[in-house]
Design a binder for this molecule. Structure first.
Ligand code: PEP
Length: 247
């Protein structure tokens, strides 16, 4: 039985004051019985948010990490530092990292390795562009992104995969539950090729303009084990509703 995960990617939003209000709303509200909740604040705020979340049962993590362990890499933060901050999860390969910062499948695979070495669970983001969907190459593209990572991954370990169609991120367009389920099932099938146990235990999240109105139908699908939520995770009440939609 996979415990659903509802993860909030705050992207480059927030302030000390806004974060405190958001965390207060999340910790004092009803998250539902089933889902695990995690938040991904901008890295400069993670230590402060972690302090506020202590003993809340809500996990936290970075939105990205460096390929390198330490040294002269101005502006970067490493997996070792994420571990030091008590991060349980770290996002890797978000489409904004891939498109705006040129991260290739190989770079993403290296970051996953760095995180695994630290005992942190990577949340691997994959997804096709609109052009790829229209060309009928969605499964091929997503499959290649997953393969680049899993070929170097010990299937006894833990990973979370977030399927996020690029055309649905921050656009207000959500994949239909059927469109999402088709890709999630294909990812699950791929995982079976590595290990039946890995396929059974790996949570595959859907991301792309999820909101309180669309979450329940998406999460009801067999292979959708929760969501990675951007915009709607910045409003405590809405994010709580999304969490409750997971059970
Ligand atoms: C995301 O940032 O991963 C995301 C899915 O954003 P949004 O929910 O705003 O589309």
């Amino acid at each position: 039985m996979r415990r659903p995960l509802v993860a909030g990617n705050w992207k480059m939003n927030g302030s000390c004051e806004q974060n405190a209000a958001l965390v207060d709303g999340l910790t004092s509200g009803d998250r539902g019985q089933q889902a695990e909740m995690a938040v991904f604040p901008p890295s400069v705020y993670v230590a402060n948010v972690a302090e506020m979340l202590a003993d809340s049962g809500i996990a936290w993590g970075l939105q990205n990490c460096a390929e390198q362990e330490k040294g002269a890499f101005t502006g970067e933060a490493s997996a070792v530092m994420a571990k030091d901050l008590g991060c349980k999860y770290v996002l890797v390969g978000h489409s904004e990292r891939r498109t705006l910062f040129g991260e290739t499948d190989e770079v993403v695979a290296t970051k996953v390795q760095r995180l695994v070495e630290q005992g942190i669970v990577p949340v691997l983001c994959v997804g096709e562009t609109l052009e790829e969907r229209e060309a009928g190459t969605t499964i091929e593209r997503v499959g290649a992104q997953v393969k680049a990572v899993l070929d170097q991954f010990d299937s006894a370990g833990e990973i979370v995969i977030a399927y996020e169609p690029v055309w649905a991120i921050g656009t207000g367009l959500t994949a239909t539950p059927e469109q999402a389920q088709e890709v999630h099932a294909a990812i699950r099938d791929m995982l079976v090729g590595y290990s039946a146990d890995l396929a059974a235990k790996t949570r595959i999240l859907y991301g792309g303009s999820v909101n309180a109105g669309t979450a329940a139908e998406l999460f009801a699908k067999e292979d959708i084990d929760g969501g990675l939520v951007g915009g709607a995770s910045l409003k405590a009440e809405e994010f709580l509703k999304i969490s409750r939609a997971a059970g």
